[in-house]
Structure formats: C-alpha cells, structure tokens
Design a protein around this ligand. Structure first.
Ligand SMILES: [Zn+2]
Ligand SMILES: [Zn+2]
Length: 73
C-alpha cells in the first residue's frame, strides 16, 4: 500500500488550460509546447490539434514540414 495519492491530481489527468479534471481520453498533448489540453480547449489547425491558437499558428507558420504538400516525383 502506498500513500502517495494523498493530495491529489495525477499529472496527465488535468487540462493545462482550464484545469478541469478530465478522463485520459479527453486529453491531448500539444505538439508545440507539450502542454496537456482537453477537448474543450482544443485549437484545430488543419487536421492537427493544439492547446492554443498561439501554438497552432506558430507551428503552422513556423518551420512545419509539410509532407502533405510535397510534390510526388
Ligand atoms: Zn481544458
Ligand atoms: Zn501548446
């Protein structure tokens, strides 16, 4: 038996944006900043999900590798 659960919230179950406690299936990790966000805080760019507009835009306008747009030889 361990008493390590005393106090609370395990990391990975709380949205880093709204701080709501979520089920694991509701959470995603931002590919830009690595923060965890829930499906209510998601910001979508194309087919990808980000924690915020700032992250989505920076990733999109930054050095994103657009393998989808690569011309096929
Ligand atoms: Zn949230
Ligand atoms: Zn982010």
């Amino acid at each position: 038996m361990t008493l390590e659960n005393e106090g609370g919230d395990a990391p990975g179950e709380v949205c880093g944006r709204c701080e709501r406690i979520c089920e694991p299936g509701e959470l995603e990790k931002c590919p830009v900043c690595g923060h965890v966000f829930c499906l209510y805080c998601v910001y979508r760019v194309g087919s990808r999900n980000y924690c915020s507009r700032a992250c989505g835009d920076s990733f999109f306008f930054g050095d994103a590798d657009d393998d989808e747009d690569l011309p096929e030889e």
